[in-house]
Write a protein that binds this ligand. Structure first.
Ligand SMILES: Nc1ncnc2c1ncn2[C@@H]1O[C@H](COP(=O)(O)OP(=O)(O)OP(=O)(O)O)[C@@H](O)[C@H]1O
Ligand SMILES: [Mg+2]
Length: 377
């Protein structure tokens, strides 16, 4: 696991004790990637929601928008900037692409920490904004990651994302970095997943998510093989931004955006929930076990996680999603003033807000416990 060192004793209320070495106090910033190459499965929404909840529980959290669609950046900056472009004109250095530019544009300076945006209304939550032109770096990174040809000139690229994220984590003494990824098998996604300590797979109950989990099994095997090769290469070890020795571990899946009937997914959705759970248990997990990309069985068991490795079932937010986007608040933090309705409609909405709060609170607790146990064993 990636470790970093701070001069002063720093304990996170939401994270367990840190092991000390000699005179240094050691603190880890945990990087969690939210990945599924299938689009629209709630990666961005879930990054925002889990990040918000972890911050609410007392952690310092940086959300990283690594998707050139910049949905997370748009969601957080919302209507404060009528056009996202205004943000980039006024804050032209404070985003993922410009943070990486020293490596990708061969500038005569080192990568520095990015100045993150403080997320309004949630102390402890920060955004490392994305950039609509981040995808331009994907081709060069792809060549660098093929580990062939003129690698000497490209040796600084594979470790550059990790270096930038660590620098930024240090600057803010972050407990967690959550990475929102694009729906693709890009070289950037390959890099980000393999430099993360843990990953979550958001899904929605439909045929395409089942297909995506099936193909993830093959993809993760390839990416892991690449990462292990990269870790062995002296050229990448000696680079300005060394490629890290990390094996990302699978925390679990999230299943969301289904309709409820008597408190359970309706019949049509339940079929796809079962298919997802089966595919994870029969295909994905055995492969990840052989790649050592799983937590210990004991760890999952202690947290009542069964063979489907589903960490949370999150039903459709229904009309709350519109209010959530309008107010740039997660559905579980909406107030009666924000919901605007009155009478029984308001009552029902507030009940739903409470229920979503309970679901995300439990999910964040579970993530914390899995990581804490993993770090201490
Ligand atoms: N639980 C939910 N209930 C209802 N709507 C949801 C839920 N989660 C997400 N959504 C909505 O579904 C749409 C897709 O969600 P989101 O953008 O988070 O997915 P994504 O996986 O990040 O998409 P992409 O692959 O394009 O990046 C959005 O309009 C979002 O508001
Ligand atoms: Mg997204």
């Amino acid at each position: 696991m990636q470790k970093r060192y701070v001069q002063t004793l720093y304990l996170s209320p939401g994270f367990g004790d840190y092991k000390k070495t000699d005179n240094e106090d050691e603190k880890m910033t945990i990087k969690i990637a939210l990945f599924n190459h299938k689009g629209g499965v709630s990666k961005t929404t879930t990054t925002f929601n889990i990040g918000w909840m972890l911050a609410e529980q007392g952690n310092k959290v940086i959300l990283v928008d690594a998707d050139p669609q910049c949905n997370l950046t748009g969601l957080i900056l919302g209507y404060k900037y009528v056009e996202l472009e205004d943000f980039y004109i006024n804050n032209h250095e404070n985003n993922l692409r410009d943070g990486l530019a020293p490596a990708f544009e061969s500038m005569p300076k080192l990568i520095e920490a990015v100045d993150c945006v403080e997320v309004e209304g949630r102390e402890g939550l920060l955004l490392l904004p994305g950039h609509i032109r981040l995808a331009e770096y994907d081709v060069t990174l792809g060549i660098a990651q093929e580990l062939t040809g003129s690698i000497q000139t490209l040796k600084n690229l594979p470790g550059s994302f990790n270096y930038l994220l660590d620098k930024t984590a240090d600057k803010y003494e972050a407990d967690f970095i959550l990475i929102d990824m694009s729906p693709s098998l890009s070289s950037i996604n390959q890099n980000l997943l393999m430099i993360s300590n843990y990953f979550l797979v958001p899904t929605s109950p439909d045929y395409y998510s089942v297909m995506a989990i099936d193909s993830l099994t093959t993809i993760l095997k390839k990416w892991n093989a690449w990462s292990k090769e990269a870790q062995k290469m002296n050229l990448l070890k000696e680079a300005d931004y060394p490629f890290p020795n990390i094996t990302p571990k699978f925390l679990g899946t999230l299943i969301q955006k289904y309709r409820l009937r008597a408190g359970e997914p309706s019949k049509g959705f339940q079929h796809w929930v079962d298919e997802i759970n089966n595919t994870v248990a029969r295909r994905l997990v055995p492969e990840l076990q052989s790649l050592k990309m799983m937590l210990s069985e004991e760890n999952y068991k202690n947290n009542s996680i069964t063979e489907d490795h589903c960490l949370a079932m999150i039903p459709d937010f229904n009309t709350l999603i519109a209010t959530s986007q309008e107010t740039q608040m997660p559905v579980f933090s909406l107030t009666d003033e924000q919901i605007k309705h009155s009478g029984t409609v308001l009552e029902k909405s507030l009940e739903n807000v409470d229920e979503f709060h309970r679901i995300f609170n439990e999910l964040a607790d579970k993530i914390n416990r899995l990581i804490e146990y993993d770090s201490s064993n």
